[in-house]
Design a protein. Structure first.
Ligand code: 6PG
Length: 497
């Protein structure tokens, strides 16, 4: 690695051509990189941009470069030479090998104190490793979750930075300036060291999977149990978006249900029922298993996407096992729609409860002081899961920064009790009509298990002790004492130390 002076001198910088050095370099001009670049440029930051395929850079400059302080770099060395010190470089390349390769190629030209920011959907464990490796070389590595899709990147994303704390004072103003805002507060707050930022983004994506699955299940029930047309479904989602379910995903669902195909039929009916995925939902579910956190709803959402992928097998099974579900009588439809609303709301609450539970476990394991209230705030706007509901979650964390769980917050406890009857009715509707609703129903099972002071695990413990002498604890003795019963012998009990 070269010193600042050496690397600055190895390529003629912008000063040589009478231009001020750039505030930030951006590597990768795909949709997200290009839109973040324009957003930064709108805030009067000077940029240098580089894309591996030069034609993409040329197109970007031809379309957007007019009147903007954007310098083009032909290679990474030149990009580095164009930047003010300490250099700030934002990588907007595909997670995985591409990130690794760009970091490798950049390193020879960087100096201690320079800042590298990975804005892709990288696995937080990769980010943690890169943060450590680069720190040993004096470089500050930041893993920053970016959410909000194309429009968010262009006009105000939710940003989830974490990594080298020394980088934050340098990059804070820049990224808070381009982020979405809630009541003037930017949706971009520091989340902690190492992979904390990408971890929080991973949880965001897991919750996104859960929200999407819940909405999909409700659509399916509306259509196949209640017999609603797509326009009627759209009307219902639009109405719900004016209430406690107000959120980006509910809003776009109303819009996409109204979209017509060229022959006038609903477009969604022509879309293949196989869900894609880029991996962050699976990572979330895996992480929950690793941390022994019952993240059931997101797990079901991941499994539902996997089941959707078995299209030909499902088609064959439908011919063999399927039956056409009957519709509920017209007179019951209005009440069923209310029930679906309440079920969606209550199950969503369970999903967020589980997501925050997982973040608490990860924070303890990794030594992160995750700011839960700030996380709710920075998801309040800009990102895919943005919703009114997140303001209530933020308020809950203001009341109690680390509650045992959101379901034990007085506000949410009252909310879920209010919704409970409708939720049960919606799940019974699904079960009775043979319509899969794994997220709605697993959330209800979690809720019933969670609010059960004496559950069914006593039977499991007895079985374990019966076949494997794995021992059990007793409710009427000190919990540190373990017992084994001679189930097949004289039935006597032994106390084990
Ligand atoms: C966001 C999204 C985004 C994600 C897509 C696709 O926050 O803007 O989470 O990062 O890549 O939603 O994810 P899947 O392909 O896994 O559904």
């Amino acid at each position: 690695m070269k010193t600042t002076e050496q690397s600055a001198g190895s390529e003629p910088g912008l000063a040589a051509i009478g231009m001020a050095p750039s505030d930030i370099g951006i590597v990768g001009l795909g949709v997200m990189g290009a839109n973040l670049a324009l957003n930064l440029s709108d805030q009067a930051y000077r940029l240098s941009v580089y894309n591996r395929t030069g034609a993409v850079t040329a197109e970007f400059i031809a379309t957007h470069g007019q009147g903007r302080a954007i310098a083009v770099a032909d290679n990474l060395q030149q990009l580095v030479s164009q930047l003010a010190s300490p250099r700030v470089i934002l990588l907007m390349v595909t997670a995985g090998r591409a990130v690794e390769a760009v970091i490798e190629q950049l390193q020879p030209w960087l100096a201690p104190g320079d800042i590298l920011i990975d804005g892709g959907n990288s696995n937080y464990q990769d980010t943690d490793r890169r943060w450590r490796t680069l720190a040993a070389r004096g470089l500050h590595f930041v893993g920053m979750g970016v959410s909000g899709g194309e429009d968010g990147a262009r006009f105000g994303p939710s940003l989830m930075p974490g990594g080298a704390a020394a980088a934050w004072p340098v990059i804070r103003d820049m990224f808070q300036a381009i982020a979405a805002r809630v009541d003037g507060i930017p949706c971009c707050q520091w989340l902690g060291e190492g992979g904390a930022g990408h971890y929080v983004k991973m949880i965001h994506n897991g919750i996104e999977y859960g929200d999407m699955q819940l909405i999909a299940e409700v659509c399916h029930l509306m259509q196949h149990a209640l017999g609603l047309s797509h326009d009627e479904m759209a009307d219902r989602f639009a109405a719900w978006n004016g209430g406690r379910l107000e959120s980006y995903l509910i809003e776009i669902t109303a819009r996409l249900l109204r979209q017509r195909d060229h022959d006038g039929g609903p477009l969604v009916e022509r879309i293949l029922d196989v869900a894609g995925s880029k991996g962050t939902g699976v990572w979330t579910a895996q992480d929950a298993l690793d941390n022994a956190v019952p993240l059931t709803l997101i797990g079901e959402a991941v499994h539902a996407r996997m089941l959707s992928a078995r299209k030909s097998e499902r088609v064959a099974a439908a011919a063999l096992l399927g039956s056409v579900p009957t519709l509920v009588p017209e007179a019951e439809r209005a009440a069923c729609l209310e029930a679906l609303h309440d079920a969606l709301y209550a199950a969503k609450l369970v999903s967020y409860t589980q997501g925050f539970m997982l973040m608490q476990a990860a924070a303890e394991k990794n030594g992160w002081a995750l700011p839960f209230g700030d996380i709710a705030l920075l998801w309040r706007a800009g990102c895919i899961i943005r919703s009114r509901f997140l303001a209530d979650i933020r308020n809950s964390f203001e009341r109690q920064p680390v509650p045992p769980s959101l379901l034990q917050d007085p506000f949410f406890a009252a909310e879920v009790k209010n919704a409970e009857a409708g939720w049960r009715r919606a799940v019974m509707l699904a079960v009775g009509h043979g319509i899969a609703a794994p997220a709605l129903s697993s959330a209800l099972s979690f809720y019933d298990g969670y609010r059960c002071a004496y559950g069914s695990a006593n039977i499991i413990q007895a079985q374990r002790d019966f076949f494997g002498a794995h021992t059990y604890q007793r409710v009427d003795r000190d919990e540190t004492a373990h017992f084994h019963t001679r189930w097949l012998g004289d039935g006597g009990e032994e106390k084990l130390s």
